[in-house]
Design a protein around this ligand. Structure first.
Ligand SMILES: [Zn+2]
Length: 333
């Protein structure tokens, strides 16, 4: 393993119905004004919204509602939330939802603490604010294919042999596949849902990344595809992954062979990638660009723009060039 430092200062409460206990424990430590941030109607339909409101009221908090956080949250939505947080002097942000809501709130929390535009800070002055409004999250959903993708992309980055990060990554992938299959049998299998929640935390809490480089080329392509088309992150990844992996199969034969054996019980590297492609179909996920729910038509021209602007990762099994990224995207059509 390479040199690393690792810290994970996040307290996690896990389990069905645990939110009430978590909030009873944690809210007294927060200031008076809490921004309750969420997406659309599902939080209200499920009754979680009412439960959170009443727990916040019991804790004597003044609640500022911030709703309508969309999938692929926009810059404008971040600015809207930051403006509201500043105007109402929000002391704590409680994000309730999945990755989009939580990620949007992370950026709001730092944008609300500075007068500088966060986009300019990140992309022009190259600095990122260290201070943010404290926040917590009630996680109501996790994208299971995204979990698998994060673990696969971390695993396929360069690493030395026999390191524990690779072993844990393979275990997270295997467990994600097993529990996704359980949900295909019974969508209300709460134990499988809980397992997938923890798999998603394990895939991206940093544990898998210690002491090694990571790939994330599929993510870079998908982020750009999402920016141009507004397709769902997990669905875009499902389309891109098998095609990308067929391109780089020969660049990491041992890693793909181990992935095949340990995640899908297949004998060869190639069979492992094809098992991944079949699994994506089995889950009912899209396998082609035209199956993505996109607000713009996905044409070769759009894909050219995606290929010409996406980040290129240097530490994956093989550095791609823009022509090959375009080729990969066109093979997904
Ligand atoms: Zn992701």
């Amino acid at each position: 393993m390479n040199k690393f430092t690792f810290t994970y200062p996040t307290k996690v409460y896990y389990g069905e119905g645990i939110a009430s206990e978590a909030l009873r424990q944690e809210l007294p430590k927060a200031g008076k004004t809490v921004m309750l941030a969420y997406g659309g109607g599902s939080l209200k339909k499920s009754g979680v919204y009412d439960e959170l409101k009443s727990l916040l009221a019991q804790a004597g908090k003044e609640v500022v509602d911030f709703s309508g956080i969309m999938p692929n949250p926009t810059y404008a939505k971040v600015q809207e939330g930051a403006k509201l947080a500043k105007e109402r002097h929000v002391d704590f942000i409680l994000a309730a939802g999945g990755g989009s809501v939580i990620d949007c709130c992370k950026v709001i929390s730092v944008q609300a603490m500075t007068e500088e535009d966060i986009w300019n800070m990140e992309y022009q002055s190259g600095k990122f604010p260290a201070a943010g409004i404290p926040m917590g999250a009630v996680v109501t959903a996790s994208g299971a294919f995204d979990t698998l993708s994060h673990a696969m992309e971390t695993y396929l980055g360069n690493s030395d042999a026999d390191n524990v990060s690779d072993d844990v990554a393979l275990a997270v992938m295997r467990n994600t596949v097993v529990n996704m299959r359980r949900l295909l049998e019974n969508i209300n299998d709460m134990q499988a849902r809980g397992n997938l929640m923890w798999d998603s935390a394990m895939a991206e809490n940093g544990i898998l990344k210690v002491g090694r480089l990571t790939d994330f080329q599929a993510h870079q392509i998908e982020h750009q595809l999402g920016a141009y088309t507004d397709c769902s992150h997990g669905q875009g990844l499902a389309v891109i992954h098998p095609v990308y992996y067929r391109h780089i199969l020969k660049d990491a034969p041992e890693k793909f062979a181990r992935f095949a054996k340990e995640v899908f019980e297949k004998d060869t590297a190639g069979e492992g990638v094809e098992a991944l492609a079949s699994f994506i179909k089995e889950c009912g996920l899209p396998t082609r660009m035209n199956q993505l729910k996109s607000k713009v038509e996905i044409t070769p021209d759009v894909l050219r723009q995606v290929a010409d602007t996406c980040n290129i990762i240097k530490c994956n099994p093989r550095e791609l060039n823009r022509e090959e990224i375009y080729e990969i995207l066109c093979e997904c059509l």
